[in-house]
Design a protein around this ligand. Structure first.
Ligand code: HEM
Length: 548
C-alpha cells in the first residue's frame, strides 16, 4: 500500500524533487501543456512570420492574427468593406489568407481586366469553382471538363437563347407571375380583390419562387415545369442547400446537407435522363423547342453528340447558375421600386403609355416593345450596378504572373508577381461603387442611365461595344476595363445575360401592372453569407391596383 501511495504521489507531484519523479509523467503533461499552448504558439509564429522581411515583388499580405483562418471572418461578413479597407491600406493589389489558402486580390478596372481578361493557361476558373459546382451540377460539364469543352457547351446553350425564343418567353413569364399572384397563399390579400387592403409578402421566398417557375417554364421544358411544384420541389431544395459557401470551402463533410445534396443530384440527373429517353423513344409526342431539345441536336467539334448525362448536367447547371443571380436581382429591384414612389409611378406610367388600351386596360407585353421601355431598362441596370449578385470572381494562378505596373507596383523598378498556386480574385462591384467614377455611387438612382453622354452610358458602351472576341461561344465584347461588369467579362462572361434581363424586366412589368408597393420598415442590408449577395429577410407591402 505504501508503494502504491508513493507512486500516486509521484504522479500528482512530478515537480516535487528527484529525476525519477520527473521522467514518467512528463510525456502526458508535456503533451497537455503543448496542446493548451499550441494555439498561442501558432499565433506567435504566425505573427513572427508576418514580421519577417518579404521579397519586394510579393504583394502585401493583409495582417491577420489567426493562422489558417486568416481574414476569413472579416471577408465573409462584409467583403466589400474588407476590400475597401485593404485598398486604403495596401493599394489595388494585396494578398489575404482564407482558410489556409492564399488569395491575391486585384481591384479597380485594371484589376478586373487582369483577372477577367487573363489567359486561360495562366488563370483557370475550374480549379477554384469545381469543388462547389461539380457535386451539384454533376460530372463532365462546366468546371468538370477542360475549358475548351466548357466553351463548346456555352455555344450549345446560346443556340437556345435567341430573340425568336425570347419572343415566346415573354408571354410565358407573365403567365407564371399572374398565376402565382392568383394562387399562392402569400398573396391572399391580392386574391380577395379588395383594392383598399394592404398585404405583405416575404421578399426572398417570393422572388426565389417566381424565378424558378419562370426559368423552368421557359428554359427547362414542360416536363420539369410540370413536376417542379410537385415531386421535385424537395429535390431542388436539397440541391440548393448544397450550394453554399460552406460546401465550397469544405466540399465533403459527413453532414446531412452533403448526403442530401448528393442524393438530390443523382435523382435530378436520373429524372432529366428519363425525359431524354422518353423524348427519343416517342418523338411524335415531343415538338418541344426548349434547351433540352436543342442540346439533343448539338455536336462537339469532333463530331460526337452530347451524352445523356452531359445534357442533364448542363440543364442542372443552368438552373442553378440562373436561380440565385436572377432572384436576388429581382428582389433588390422590387425593394428599390417599393422604396422610391416616384420611380414606381414612372414605371407604371410607362406601362400605360406603351400598352394602354382605349378601355383603360393594359394589353400583353411583347419582347420587342419591352426593349423600348427606358425607365424599366434604367431600373434594371441601376440595380445590377449597386447589387451585382457575384461579389468575388476567382481564378487559380497556374504560373507566376507579373502584375502590370499600371495596376499596382511596390516601386518604379520592381513589379509585383502573383505566385503560382495563388487564388486570384477580382471584385467588379468595387468599381461599380467607386466614388471616383460614379456620382453618389452608393445611391440607387436610375436617372443616371437617362443621360446618353453620362458616365453610366459610357460605361455601358465600353462593356458592350468595341473590340469583340470569340472564345468558342460566339463573339463577345472584350469589355473587361469597363467600370460596369455585372455579367463578368472575357471567356467566362455570362451567357444568361439577355435571358436574365428579359426574365427580370417581364416580371417587373407583370408585378407593377397589378400591384402598388411600399417598404415594410427600413431598407434591408446585404446578406453576404449566402452564395450570392441578397437582401436580409424582409417584407414588401402590396395593394392591388385599381385598373388591374
Ligand atoms: C457566368 C452574372 C444569370 C449562366 C456569369 C458570370 C457572372 C454572371 C458575373 C461570370 C463568372 C466568372 O467570371 O467567374 C450573372 C447575373 C445574372 C446571371 C448578374 C442575373 C442577373 C444567369 C442565367 C444563366 C447564367 C439566367 C443561365 C440561363 C451563366 C453561365 C456562365 C455565367 C453558363 C458561364 C460560366 C463560365 O464560363 O465560367 N454570370 N448571371 N447566368 N452565367 Fe450568369
Amino acid at each position: 500500500a505504501a508503494t502504491t501511495m508513493s507512486a500516486n504521489a509521484t504522479f500528482s507531484e512530478p515537480w516535487s524533487g528527484t529525476l525519477t519523479h520527473l521522467e514518467w509523467p512528463s510525456t502526458p503533461r508535456l503533451a497537455l501543456i503543448t496542446l493548451i499552448n499550441f494555439p498561442v504558439l501558432a499565433i506567435l509564429l504566425n505573427v513572427l512570420w508576418q514580421l519577417l522581411p518579404r521579397p519586394k515583388s510579393q504583394p502585401p499580405l493583409v495582417w491577420h492574427w489567426i493562422p489558417f483562418l486568416g481574414s476569413a471572418a472579416t471577408y465573409g461578413r462584409d467583403p466589400i468593406g474588407f476590400f475597401r479597407q485593404c485598398r486604403e491600406k495596401y493599394g489595388n493589389c494585396f494578398t489575404f489568407i482564407l482558410l489556409g489558402k492564399r488569395v491575391t486580390v486585384t481591384l479597380g478596372t485594371r484589376g478586373n481586366d487582369y483577372v477577367l481578361g487573363g489567359k486561360h493557361t495562366q488563370l483557370a476558373a475550374e480549379d477554384v469553382y469545381s469543388p462547389l459546382t461539380t457535386p451539384v451540377f454533376g460530372k463532365d460539364v462546366v468546371y468538370d471538363c477542360p475549358n475548351e469543352k466548357l466553351m463548346e457547351q456555352k455555344r450549345f446553350v446560346k443556340v437556345s437563347l435567341t430573340i425568336d425564343k425570347f419572343r415566346a418567353y415573354v408571354g410565358m413569364i407573365e403567365d407564371e407571375i399572374k398565376g402565382y399572384l392568383e394562387t399562392d397563399p402569400k398573396f391572399r390579400v391580392y386574391q380577395m380583390d379588395d383594392i383598399n387592403e394592404w398585404g405583405a409578402f416575404p421578399v426572398l421566398e417570393v422572388f426565389s419562387e417566381m424565378t424558378i417557375l419562370t426559368a423552368s417554364r421557359t428554359l427547362q421544358g414542360r416536363e420539369i415545369r410540370e413536376r417542379l411544384t410537385k415531386d421535385y420541389a424537395q429535390v431542388y431544395h436539397d440541391l440548393d442547400h448544397g450550394f453554399t459557401p460552406l460546401h465550397w470551402m469544405i466540399p465533403n463533410l459527413p453532414l446531412p446537407s452533403y448526403r442530401k445534396r448528393d442524393a438530390a443530384q443523382a435523382k435530378m440527373s436520373a429524372f432529366y435522363q428519363s425525359i431524354l429517353r422518353h423524348r427519343r423513344e416517342h418523338p411524335e409526342e415531343h415538338q418541344d423547342d426548349d434547351v433540352m431539345a436543342s442540346l439533343m441536336k448539338q455536336r462537339y467539334r469532333d463530331g460526337t453528340p452530347l451524352r445523356d448525362h452531359e445534357i442533364a448536367h448542363i440543364l442542372i447547371a443552368l438552373l442553378m447558375a440562373g436561380q440565385h443571380t436572377s432572384s436576388s436581382s429581382l428582389a433588390w429591384t422590387m425593394l428599390h421600386i417599393a422604396d422610391r414612389q416616384d420611380i414606381q409611378e414612372a414605371l407604371y406610367e410607362e406601362q400605360v403609355k406603351h400598352f394602354g388600351t382605349p378601355d383603360g386596360g393594359l394589353r400583353d407585353i411583347t419582347y420587342d416593345e419591352l426593349r423600348d421601355l427606358k425607365v424599366l431598362d434604367a431600373v434594371v441596370r441601376e440595380t445590377l450596378r449597386l447589387h451585382p449578385p457575384i461579389h468575388s470572381i476567382m481564378r487559380m494562378a497556374h504560373e507566376d504572373i507579373p502584375v502590370p505596373a499600371t495596376l499596382a507596383a511596390p516601386s518604379e523598378d520592381v513589379t509585383y508577381v502573383v505566385p503560382k498556386g495563388d487564388i486570384v480574385m477580382a471584385s467588379p462591384i468595387v468599381s461599380q461603387l467607386d466614388p471616383t467614377v460614379w456620382e453618389n455611387a452608393e445611391t440607387w438612382e436610375p436617372l443616371r442611365w437617362y443621360d446618353d453622354k453620362g458616365v453610366a452610358a459610357q460605361a455601358h458602351k465600353q462593356y458592350n461595344e468595341g473590340e469583340k472576341i470569340d472564345f468558342g461561344f460566339g463573339l463577345v465584347s472584350k469589355g473587361t476595363v469597363s467600370p460596369y461588369l455585372p455579367f463578368g467579362a472575357g471567356r467566362h462572361r455570362c451567357i444568361g445575360e439577355q435571358f436574365a434581363y428579359l426574365q427580370i424586366s417581364t416580371a417587373i412589368c407583370a408585378l407593377i401592372r397589378r400591384l402598388e408597393l411600399k417598404l415594410e420598415g427600413n431598407f434591408p442590408k446585404s446578406d453576404y453569407e449566402s452564395m450570392m449577395v441578397q437582401p436580409l429577410p424582409c417584407k414588401i407591402l402590396y395593394r392591388r391596383r385599381k385598373f388591374d
